[in-house]
Design a protein around this ligand. Structure first.
Ligand code: SF4
Ligand code: SF4
Length: 103
């Protein structure tokens, strides 16, 4: 399982969850070039340890455990997972830890 960020993050994107995450798996962070380009943040489903620490700090309740994700936002599961596909390129995930590089 993993946690997923859904639609309410769009337009908020305040990065409160980034600071709460113990494994640094929410991207793109403020210091990443991709941060300005993306309308929301995403959780790397491989790195997420399902601790739930990000959930209570989100001001717009955008973060859900996969099992609790409302059906209307089901597409956000794939959208978060696409983080992996962007890794190594100019875009989301380019600030992931080097040991996870797919390049
Ligand atoms: S559930 Fe825990 S590990 Fe996963 S994104 Fe949230 S804070 Fe990070
Ligand atoms: S705390 Fe919520 S609104 Fe803020 S960046 Fe994280 S998911 Fe988006």
């Amino acid at each position: 399982m993993t946690y997923v960020i859904a639609e309410p993050c769009i337009g908020t994107k305040d990065t409160a969850c980034v600071d709460a995450c113990p494994v640094d798996c929410i991207h793109p962070k403020k210091d990443s070039p991709a941060h300005a380009e993306e309308e929301m943040l995403y959780i790397d489903p491989v790195e997420c340890i399902d601790c739930g620490a990000c959930v209570p700090v989100c001001p717009v309740s955008a973060i859900f455990a996969l099992d609790d994700l409302p059906e209307k936002w089901a597409s956000f599961t794939e959208r978060n997972a696409k983080l992996l596909g962007f890794h190594g390129t100019e875009g989301v995930g380019s600030d992931r830890p080097a040991h996870l590089s797919l390049a």
